[in-house]
Write a protein that binds this ligand. Structure first.
Ligand SMILES: *Cc1c(COP(=O)(O)O)cnc(C)c1O
Length: 380
């Protein structure tokens, strides 16, 4: 068996954890649609006893994702939010978390209304201001929750600098790598301790499955996360992990196409008379451009922009013909949405409220000319 860990990114995406089935030679890992596994004698089995605890198809996905993030351990979950929950559950009541003040709305809602209610402290801060992060630090701070680029404001944070700051103070850095994917950004190599994903997005890549994952460097922490997956039970089903594995194989080619198409869309938005501001880390005037250029391979497929007012933003969202008006992101098809009234409605009225002028695009891999023509039509 080849050690796939030593191979290039796409080779790992296609082969890691996915050697041909030793019994049948099946080139694609079988969907092990079973809840239990026969034992040869009491307690004697091939490593799987009950499917909440483990399933060979899920193992294949965990190995593939860990290989792509260069992580020793990977644990798959039934959604990105279940993955976030498992990481936060490794903390104890009284512990404190620092997180970006424009973190994904679902993450903030979970901290505020689930973990916060059970006694976890947290403070949203501007993670691009390292002095501000140090000033917000408390003796109980155990974890810095980084998301970069952020959903939907496209802020970029310096993972290496935050990891150093946290390491000096004995805390862990978690990076939600959903927007960048391991193809564009490798948080563990930059010093982070944990990566979380909504595999629903680019990793699955085809808008046909919901899932999540946690990738961990430390052995004991990984064991705790795997324990929580089984004990709490937010585990993915075998078909879902199989679909995610199938999507993963083409991650590199899809990401290159997403990045190229996003550049074409940004070119159409910049200088358009209706557009007040384009939020895309590839633009030289983006506040995080230099950091993004350093820590990312390319700038990704997500683009947000502001129109003059909320009615204009709502009207534009309804006028697209190639971009579909829908929540979610990261699939092959282009999507448009109004974060304030759709994906980020849960943070309306809070510190994390997003502007009503904002439109978010998940640029798909259709022909770029069709996407650019659609932008011009929607904004006309
Ligand atoms: C979608 C998303 C999540 C939540 O993942 P689900 O799979 O929807 O539970 C977490 N973080 C980011 C950045 C996301 O975009």
């Amino acid at each position: 068996m080849t050690n796939w860990r030593d191979t290039g990114f796409s080779t790992r995406a296609i082969h890691a954890g996915q050697d041909p089935d030793p019994r049948t030679g099946a080139v694609v890992p079988p969907v092990h649609q079973t809840s239990t596994f026969a034992q040869q004698a009491v307690g004697e089995h091939g490593g799987w006893d009950y499917a909440r605890g483990g399933n060979p198809t899920r193992d294949a996905l965990q190995e593939a994702l860990a290989a792509l993030e260069s992580a020793p351990h990977g644990v798959a979950f039934s959604s990105g939010m279940a993955a976030c929950d498992a990481v936060l559950r490794t903390l104890a009541p009284g512990d404190h978390v620092l997180l970006a003040d424009d973190v994904y709305g679902g993450t903030y809602r979970q901290l505020e209304r689930v973990h916060g209610a059970w006694g976890l402290g947290f403070d949203p801060v501007d993670l691009s201001d390292l002095d501000g992060v140090a000033a917000a630090w408390r003796p109980a701070t155990r974890l810095v929750w980084v998301e970069t680029p952020t959903n939907p404001l496209m802020s970029v944070f310096d993972i290496a600098a935050l990891a150093e700051l946290a390491r000096e103070r004995g805390a862990l850095v978690v990076v939600d790598n959903t927007f960048a994917t391991p193809y564009l950004q490798q948080p563990l190599a930059l010093g982070a301790d944990v990566v979380v994903h909504s595999t629903t997005k680019y990793l699955g890549g085809h808008s046909d499955v919901v899932g999540g994952a946690v990738l961990v460097r430390d052995d004991a922490l990984a064991e705790r996360v795997a324990f929580l997956a089984n004990a709490v039970g937010g585990v993915p089903g075998p078909w879902d992990v199989w679909l995610t594995l199938r999507g993963l194989k083409t991650l590199a080619v899809r990401m290159r196409a997403h990045c190229d198409n996003a550049r074409a869309v940004v070119d159409a938005l910049v200088g358009h008379p209706a557009v007040r501001r384009v939020r895309y880390p590839g633009l030289p005037d983006h506040p995080g451009h230099a950091v993004a250029a350093r820590q990312m391979r390319d700038f990704g497929g997500m683009v947000s922009f502001d129109l003059a007012d909320e009615p204009s933003a709502l009207r534009a969202c309804g006028r697209f013909r190639v971009f579909t008006l829908a929540e979610s992101l990261g699939g092959v098809e282009s999507l448009v949405e109004h974060p304030a009234r759709m994906t980020h409605q849960s943070v309306a009225g809070s510190l994390l409220e997003v502007p009503g002028t904002l439109v978010r695009l998940s640029v798909g891999i259709e022909d770029p000319d069709d996407l650019v023509a659609d932008i011009h039509h929607a904004l006309a």
